[in-house]
Unconditional design. Structure first.
Length: 444
């Protein structure tokens, strides 16, 4: 590899990591605010339970908008390239996130406050809908085979623990340094406005990258892009696409149980101070920064599918024990449970996931397939998870139903990962097979 090629790869990986970090920073930030602040700021006239459910409903709205953004970004990303679309998604994300931090409270403008919150959340969801797929492809498609897809795909996946770390760190900082009144009036806005400012650096990094070699080579081979990438994909691989959606659901439910809903749970149950959960989440995220590339490296040696399944089994163990351990009311035990569930088991799934998903779809429909699959699973997984958990707790008064719900979601993912078909003879060698029902062949 030439010096210029190495420089190009480094720029692409950096831009991918930056975008994915901001994506998770923004969404975790909104989830934390939905649990701690939004019921008081935007739904003050509702009861505690109704205000919390309303707040988590706005959280879910962003997940509903994300598939629409995935369709739009995927369509043009498969037709004109990954790079140009990613500049638009990052800009939209910054505007939406900063806008959330600038919305007046319900006491100031009445019903317009929650309306504007939903509008910004929708814009955030549309922008983020195409962000993850494009960021991952900017990294994964630096290689024209699958030998290093685990490691390459794991690097933008670092955005998950880094985003969690930054979002929780920002909230811990304002929560510790400000009193309750200041936090509710203006302190919670600071992390959102900072997110908008950071976008400028991200746009600079994105502007310096070039199109991915794999996409460029494939377009040179086929001559013209697929006219309707998503429709072509859904027509040719309906069952396989459905299975790809199910692969991520279990991880999402477990992730949002530990990082978002647990704060509400320990607060309502009076088990411990909410800052203990924020700190435990930060510790597990810090460990994840180390573990993600390690698991990505391992996945290239034992197989992407096998590593993904190992992660899901670990998640099932962590989820089964999480709430029983949380109910003990001991911050140290809660931290250990969060570290295993999110910092180790979750990252064993998350690290190979992007590389594994990329082997399911051919390059000419890959942006559409990965983005739409990822975002659909986000709706039925993480998008509704805090809402469903809050409803179960409010209805039953127990965490047992929440644990069963999370374990059922993980079981669905295990089945889907085991059954979904990839476009590789082996997950450790070059792509050389075809979509059974289309004439589009991969020979990379």
């Amino acid at each position: 590899m030439t010096t210029e090629s190495r420089r190009r790869v480094r720029r692409s990986l950096l831009a991918s990591l930056f975008g994915s970090t901001l994506e998770f920073y923004d969404f975790i930030l909104f989830g934390l605010a939905a649990a701690l602040v939004f019921p008081h700021v935007f739904f003050p006239e509702s009861s505690t339970a109704v205000g919390l459910l309303s707040s988590f409903a706005t959280f879910a709205v962003g997940f509903v908008a994300r598939p629409i953004g995935a369709i739009i970004a995927g369509h043009f990303g498969d037709r004109i390239g990954r790079r140009r679309i990613l500049i638009f998604t990052l800009a939209g994300m910054g505007i939406a996130t900063g806008g959330i931090g600038l919305i007046p409270s319900y006491e100031s403008i009445g019903i317009w406050a929650p309306i504007l919150l939903v509008v910004c959340r929708i814009l955030q969801g549309l922008s983020l809908g195409g962000e993850w797929g494009g960021s991952v492809l900017m990294a994964v498609e630096q290689a024209t085979g699958t030998k290093n897809r685990g490691l390459l795909g794991s690097l933008p996946q670092l955005g998950d623990p880094l985003g969690v770390l930054l979002a929780n760190g920002a909230f811990v900082l304002v929560a510790v340094t400000l009193d309750e009144d200041a936090l509710m009036s203006w302190g919670w806005r600071v992390p959102f406005v900072l997110g908008m400012a950071i976008i400028i650096v991200g746009l600079w990094a994105r502007a310096r990258v070039t199109e991915t070699p794999e996409f460029t080579k494939r377009m040179a081979t086929v001559g013209a892009p697929v006219r309707m990438p998503l429709i072509t994909l859904l027509r040719d691989q309906p069952l396989n696409f459905s299975l790809s959606v199910g692969c991520r659901i279990g991880n999402d439910v477990a992730f949002y149980m530990v990082t978002v809903f647990a704060i509400t749970y320990v607060t309502q149950q009076g088990l411990m101070d909410k800052s203990a959960i924020l700190v435990s989440t930060m510790i597990s995220a810090a460990l994840g920064v180390v573990m993600v590339p390690v698991f990505g490296w391992i996945a290239d040696r034992i197989g992407l599918r096998k590593m993904t399944l190992i992660g899901l089994v670990g998640l099932a163990i962590g989820v089964a024990a999480y709430f029983p351990l949380l109910n003990l009311g001991q911050p140290a035990i809660a931290t250990a449970a969060a570290v295993f569930t999110c910092g180790i088991a979750g990252k064993a799934f998350w690290a190979p996931y992007a590389g594994f998903l990329s082997t399911i779809f051919p390059p000419e429909t890959r942006y559409s397939g990965m983005s739409f699959s990822f975002q659909l699973s986000g709706i039925v997984g993480g998008g509704i998870a805090p809402f469903v958990a809050a409803w179960i707790l409010n209805t039953t008064g127990s965490s047992t139903g929440i644990t069963i719900y999370a374990l059922a979601a993980i079981a669905v993912s295990v089945i889907c990962v085991a059954l979904v078909k990839t476009h590789t003879h082996s997950e450790q060698h070059d792509i050389s097979t075809v979509d059974d029902s289309s004439s589009l062949k991969e020979s990379i």
